[in-house]
Design a protein around this ligand. Structure first.
Ligand code: ATP
Length: 361
């Protein structure tokens, strides 16, 4: 088993450094106990870095990220710092495109006792994964849409090459979940194939991949109906796969179901690289106060351990990923050391320490 892994770290902007610090500390301690070592390379990038230097994602940071085993990112971007065309600095989107991270993985999990705006029946648990295509779709012309006085145009792009990789990833994930007892082995293609030819094309490629996976169930849903069902019967999903913009919107809805952005992790995964980061942004309104919720960042780190462990056939990392997720869930379930966004009064440090305590580190 390989025992050394190089992790590229983007601390980013706003609350980014505050939630990254305890996460790196936790991972270091887990590695020391589990007999593997993670070395962290902190890389400059983001809005504050752009304001200082005129560069959002320096070439050296990009090269180091490319050479790492995995990338851990907290949050980048500040509403007050923008490119001359008015758009925000978002190197995380540049990373997705440069490293072809086509699969945006957004787990949505609500376990008994977890606060949720839903009125869930007592016997219902929610545990599904939304996969958002993350390199094309309606984000294809991001930053270069055509705008004249009377018209604005952006182009949606769906390619066979990326869609095939995306759907293969979705079916593989459904199979892994089924094998571990977490899902029934069902993949739902979320689209708008009744209105747009591009989505009929998307669906056709999905159906071809479904035919190659007869051991799994495949079905389809329109995106508008999916939004409705997220609220009415979210326990009914297993793995969903969708276009970039649809996934962007549905993943925030999923985070809302879980009780907020502070507990919503994510991963952007390609064939050779992956970035793990919370769904939330840099939260400049609470930055510098030590009150940001670190749990989404920690859950993203748990996803990183799981991905590294499966990729390198390293069971201790997979086991620690699971232990870390369970420790976070225990903290949420216990409810006595929660940050303000979850209705508590704990600081970032106290919430992270509660996770450490649960792991007996
Ligand atoms: P982006 O567009 O970069 O994703 P956003 O505009 O969605 O960012 P966020 O930075 O995610 O905005 O913040 C949205 C709200 O959620 C803010 O009120 C912020 O304080 C809150 N929030 C986000 N992350 C956290 C966190 N980890 N802990 C507590 N509150 C948070």
């Amino acid at each position: 088993m390989r025992s050394q892994y190089k992790i590229a770290v983007f601390e980013g902007d706003g609350i980014g450094p505050e939630i990254m610090r305890p996460t790196v500390d936790l991972l270091t301690r887990l590695g020391a106990r589990g007999g593997y070592s993670l070395t962290f390379d902190s890389l400059p990038a983001g809005a504050a870095h752009y304001a200082e230097t005129g560069e959002a994602l320096p070439a050296a940071s990009m090269a180091a990220a490319r050479a790492s085993d995995a990338i851990l990112l907290s949050a980048m971007g500040l509403p007050s710092v923008r490119y001359p065309d008015g758009t925000e600095i978002s190197p995380q989107i540049d990373l997705r495109k440069a490293l072809t991270l086509f699969a945006g993985v957004r787990p949505v999990r609500i376990f008994p006792g977890q606060k949720t705006p839903l009125n869930l029946p007592a016997d219902r648990e929610v545990d599904f994964v939304l996969i958002r295509e993350s390199t094309e779709g309606l984000f294809h012309t991001q930053g270069c849409g055509e705008v004249s006085r009377d018209e604005a145009r952006e182009t949606l792009l769906i390619t066979r090459e990326i869609s095939e990789k995306l759907f293969r990833f979705a079916f593989d994930l459904a199979r892994t979940r089924k094998d571990s007892g977490r899902g029934e082995g069902r993949v739902t293609c979320v689209d708008k194939a009744n209105v747009f030819r591009a989505f009929a094309f998307f669906r056709e490629i999905f159906d071809a991949e479904a035919a190659r996976n007869p051991d799994l169930v495949a079905d389809h849903a329109y995106v508008d109906a999916t939004a409705l069902w997220f609220v009415l019967k979210p326990w009914d999903f297993d793995v969903l796969v969708t276009e970039n913009m649809f996934g962007d919107i549905l993943s925030d809805l999923g985070a809302g179901l879980m009780g907020g952005l502070g507990v919503a992790p994510s991963a952007d995964i390609g064939l050779d690289h992956a970035v793990f980061q919370p769904c939330h942004g840099s939260a400049p309104d609470i930055a510098g106060q030590g009150i940001a919720n670190p749990l989404a960042m920690i859950l993203s780190a748990a996803m990183m351990l799981d991905w590294l462990g499966l990729r390198h056939d390293a069971p201790p990392l997979v086991a620690d990923g699971l232990a870390l997720r369970q420790a976070v869930e225990d903290v949420i379930r216990a409810g006595d050391v929660l940050t303000g966004d979850l209705g508590g009064t704990a600081t970032t440090q106290q919430a992270a320490e509660a996770v450490v305590a649960g792991l007996d580190l």
